[in-house]
Design a protein around this ligand. Structure first.
Ligand code: NDP
Length: 252
């Protein structure tokens, strides 16, 4: 492995979109810190990366916990290399119509998506500015445009877009870009939970979503990983503060 290998951290990397992103970045030559709330759950992603000849370690942290975030980033820097790519991907849903939504559901979703992205970014930014090179890629959602039952999630995902644009402005002069991906319906465990919440089977849910999608198929985690790979490239250095809707149709 080259000494020049750059290191990336992918939050929520144990499964779903995060696992696909971690594997894609490793294929593209990055060493990857696979971070999740349950460090043991990251082993599968790390094993797959190593089996394919890549470098990766597991990292455990609740992204909304400042101390755990600082410790995980420091460990990544010690054991794998200074992180200069950050994918803020960890997330949860706690859907409910506004009149039923508890303060706890609101706080939890805002805290993991929005505060978590802030804490992770603040913890890695000095590694990026010191290197004079960095890539921050934040996971928003088409729900940022509004979605029934998701006032907490939509607010967090819209907040992430404003956060990203501000990072682009503040960090651009250090060679650091910040961009956002807003996925449409991507087949992961999160969508199974969405179908449950709607009280329909996953198959029924998926066929409705396919009917509403211009390219007439569900998104796959690898579709998002491909967009991440673009933003992480060296020659994407003039692309910053952008929101890319990867949703199989026209959104924005
Ligand atoms: P998954 O639920 O499949 O995976 C999310 C991962 O994040 C899980 O491994 C989860 O761990 C982890 N996680 C949850 N909370 C924390 C935390 N506090 N600290 C660290 N890790 C945590 O989700 P997806 O892969 O579907 O989604 C990934 C991202 O993409 C999310 O930000 C989501 O909002 C966004 N997105 C997804 C879409 C989709 O259709 N799937 C559409 C638009 C956006 P655990 O399993 O232990 O909870």
């Amino acid at each position: 492995m080259s000494e020049n290998t750059k290191t990336a951290i992918v939050t929520g990397g144990a499964r779903g979109i995060g696992a696909a992103v971690a594997k894609r970045l490793a294929e593209d030559g990055f060493a990857v810190g696979v971070l999740d709330i349950d460090e043991v759950a990251c082993a599968n992603t790390v094993e797959q990366i190593r089996a394919a000849g890549g470098r990766a370690i597991t990292l455990g942290a609740d992204v909304s916990n400042e101390e755990q975030v600082e410790e995980a980033v420091a460990r990544c820097a010690r054991e794998l290399g200074a992180p200069v790519v950050l994918i803020n991907n960890a997330g949860i849903i706690r859907d409910n119509p506004l009149f039923k939504m508890s303060t706890q559901e609101w706080d939890l979703v805002l805290s993991i998506h929005l505060k978590g992205s802030f804490l992770m970014t603040r913890a890695v930014q000095s590694h990026m500015t010191k290197s004079g090179w960095g890539r921050i890629i934040n996971m928003s959602s088409i729900s940022a445009l509004g979605n029934k039952g998701q006032s907490n999630y939509a607010a967090a995902k819209a907040g992430i877009q404003g956060f990203t644009k501000t990072l682009a402005i503040e960090l651009g002069k250090f060679g650091v870009t910040a961009n956002c991906i807003a996925p449409g319906y991507i087949e992961t465990d999160m969508l199974v939970q969405t179908a449950d919440r709607m009280g329909i089977s996953y198959d029924e849910f998926a066929s409705k979503m396919v009917a509403e999608t211009a390219v007439a198929r569900m998104g796959q985690p690898e579709d998002i990983a491909a967009a991440v790979a673009f933003f992480a490239r060296d020659d994407a250095s003039f692309v910053t503060g952008q929101i890319l809707y990867v949703a199989g149709g026209p959104y924005a």
